[in-house]
Design a protein around this ligand. Sequence first.
Ligand code: SAM
Length: 304
Amino acid sequence: MTRTDSDSWDLASSVGATATMVAAQRALATAGPDKLIDDPFAAPLVRAVGIDFFTRLVDGEIDFPEGGEFDPVRMGHGMGVRTRFFDEHFLSAVRSGIRQVVILASGLDSRAYRLPWPAGTVVYEVDLPEVIDFKTATLRDLGAEPTAQRRTVAIDLRDDWPAALRAAGFDPQEPTVWSAEGLLIYLQPDAQDALFDTIGSLSAPGSRVACDYIGDTSVFASPAWREHAEKMAALGLAVEIGDLIYHGERNHIVEYLTAAGWAVTGRRVRELYTDCGLDYGDDELAVTFDDMTYLSAVLAGPAA
Ligand code: SAM
């Protein structure tokens, strides 16, 4: 599928289906005695979207070949360590006193319903209208209650989202903790720069941002990924990330944010596995993706 400047989707199509995919991985990371995370909403949300492959995945109904890359426990690990990284990003920010939270490209992220936010925390979620509306309605039908004041901003990040965010009550004078999780590769390189420019312009000193990035998207054309993707397609997976992302050169995020006054820390995926007591592995697929980096940054100025 070719991306266009004004393309759109729901949670069962195009880029939207990747939100369902990562929610399915969170459901796997939530399962079993050694679960890495506890996201009780992941599996019900995936079932509600109704993409057959992901529903069967979370229900343990796919007949995977034994072990290795097809071990469902291992499939959950990547998203489990990622979820723990972003959970800690938010929780450490609120421990420091920040009470304004913006989750960009929120997809089926359920943090506004499952993290122990302090009283007075406002969580803004930004994503396309069909994505926001579906999650809001599904969680309401499940009887879920937000654990913070949740405000939705249903808009495309290629449009004037800062105006929409302000209209929802966002205060740029207040320090903010932001996330752009699983988003950047779906933006054109100049849109990525614009996103961080805008985050900077809306951030009071002491604000924080976290994102994940992969330095070189050509990994999605690598033999290791192609082989894996073909095997998954044979099992019924119809989402091919390599077709949905924007390839080519883009500014290096660490350099970009550092130049804009952010103090940046980057941690490689292998380190996060170690933090969780897991072995990242050394097979070809693991090595292909091992420059995946999780970045957190604080805007210079007085801490919140
Ligand atoms: N952050 C969520 C998570 O980690 O579960 C969702 C990640 S999913 C891989 C990518 C998300 O980015 C989708 O929810 C999609 O709708 C959103 N997204 C991508 N481009 C966007 C845009 N231009 N405007 C708004 N949302 C966008």
